[in-house]
Every structure is written in C-alpha cells, then in structure tokens.
Design a protein around this ligand. Sequence first.
Ligand SMILES: Cc1cc2nc3c(=O)[nH]c(=O)nc-3n(C[C@H](O)[C@H](O)[C@H](O)COP(=O)(O)OP(=O)(O)OC[C@H]3O[C@@H](n4cnc5c(N)ncnc54)[C@H](O)[C@@H]3O)c2cc1C
Length: 240
Amino acid sequence: MFPASFGYVAARSVEEALELMVKHGEDGKLLAGGHSLIPAMKLRLQSPRTLIDLGTVPGLRGVRQEGAELVMGALTVHADVASSELVRKHLPGLAEAASVIGDLQVRNRGTIGGSVAHADPAADLPVILTALDASFAVRSPTASRTIAVDDFFTDFYTTAMNSACGHGERLCEIAASCFRLRRRQRRRIDHAPSVRHLRVRAHCHQRIEQRPGPRGRHRDRIAGQTAHPTDDHRGGRQGG
Ligand SMILES: Cc1cc2nc3c(=O)[nH]c(=O)nc-3n(C[C@H](O)[C@H](O)[C@H](O)COP(=O)(O)OP(=O)(O)OC[C@H]3O[C@@H](n4cnc5c(N)ncnc54)[C@H](O)[C@@H]3O)c2cc1C
C-alpha cells in the first residue's frame, strides 16, 4: 500500500524542528527512523501532510555518561544502543533488548526516541525503560522539562508529550541511572494465578543504591510487557 501524498522538510537544528512543528501543527509529524510511522502511513492509520525529518539534526545521537546516569540522544539507533560499551556495562538489559529488535535493517534505522514516542505497548524499549525508572527530557519552543517514566506513558500509543503540549513538544534525551546492578532478569512468568492462560513477559531489575554506611538500599522494579494466550489455552501444545 502507498501512503497518502505528503510533504517533507528536513530540520537542521532542534530549534528549527520545534518551529516547524508549531508551523505545521496537527498536519505535521516528526520523522525519526520511520520504522513505525511509515508503516502506519502506508496503512492510512496516519496521514500527516508534512513530515519533519529529525535525522538531519546534529547532536541528537549517541550515549554519554553524566555522573551516575547514562544519557541517550533521542536519535540513537537501536544498533548503537545494543553495541554501546557504556550501555552494555551499566544497563546490560537495555543493550540486550535493543539487540533483538526486529532485524539488522530495523536496528540500523529505528531510534530509541522514536520507539518511546510511539509508545507501542508491544515494543521492547518502553517496558525496559520503565523497569529502569528512566526519565525523558523534552523541549517545546518555550520550555524544557524532564518527565519521569511513570508519568510519561499515559496510554496505548500516547505519551505525556502529546497531552501536555501537543505538537509543540519533542523528545530530546532519555536518561537512566547506572547504579550497580546486582541482578537483572528478563523473565517469562507462566501460569501466575491471575493470568493462568496467559504468557507474560516482564523485565525485572534489582539494583543497589550506594548510601553511606555498610548497607546499600535495594530497589526492585518490575515492568510488564505483552500478554498473550498460551498454546495450552488454545488447546495445542504448551510452549516454554
Ligand atoms: C519490520 C519491523 C520490525 C520491528 N520489530 C520491532 C521489535 O521487535 N521490537 C520493537 O520494540 N520494535 C520493533 N519495531 C519498531 C521499531 O523499533 C521502530 O524503529 C520504533 O518503534 C520507532 O522508531 P523510529 O525511529 O522508526 O520512529 P518513527 O517511525 O520515525 O516515529 C515514530 C513516532 O514517534 C514520533 N517521534 C519520533 N521521534 C520523536 C521525537 N524525538 N520526539 C517526539 N516524537 C518523536 C514520530 O512523530 C512518530 O509518531 C519494528 C519495526 C519494523 C518495521
């Protein structure tokens, strides 16, 4: 299928992207890797009149360490998240999740910012960023703010960016603490009593926050992902 015809403009700076978003309003849509937006346009689920390309904006890609946090530019592609030495060392679960997204082509084009802004409930990165207690730095033409993950994903395919400032706000960076991980797991929980016939994927992270004194403070966060019927429930073979 072909998308409805649309215009295209390449932003050359964050400021220009924000101005273009204001100018085009509801008719404009930001383009990052295009691996969620373009399929949606082909299915005519979305028909923006103008795409505002962020891929031409410098400085939005890469991972850096700031004190006890890793900060990832919104345009960092999945392949770079997966191969980053910093992410592999400090947030190995995130590197692992990014390394199994789609195929090589998807990982070389799709971005961490696009994935969280799209807020697909079946996507990998939003759930692991929830488990990691990440935060999101967003900008509008007039203000910047940081949104905690618990406030960021407000519904399926909906984020606080949309409801707060409409098309005037965009995602710049994602930050997550790299406290020493004690244990990390990506775990399937089968046959939990309340979800007897569902297979649930969840990410569980436990970390120790270093505090003065002999003991650290333990924090556990579990974020659930997709749930789907088991083969058992469909009358077939029970999967592992
Ligand atoms: C074949 C295929 C397989 C895939 N498999 C997986 C998988 O296994 N796991 C998984 O998690 N995902 C998967 N995906 C989705 C993939 O990860 C996408 O790349 C990702 O969801 C969207 O990132 P993007 O950079 O392509 O964003 P785009 O498609 O360019 O944008 C998505 C949405 O986010 C908005 N947006 C983008 N950047 C910003 C920003 N900085 N600020 C505000 N809004 C922004 C856009 O306007 C758009 O509404 C797959 C996609 C394809 C095509």
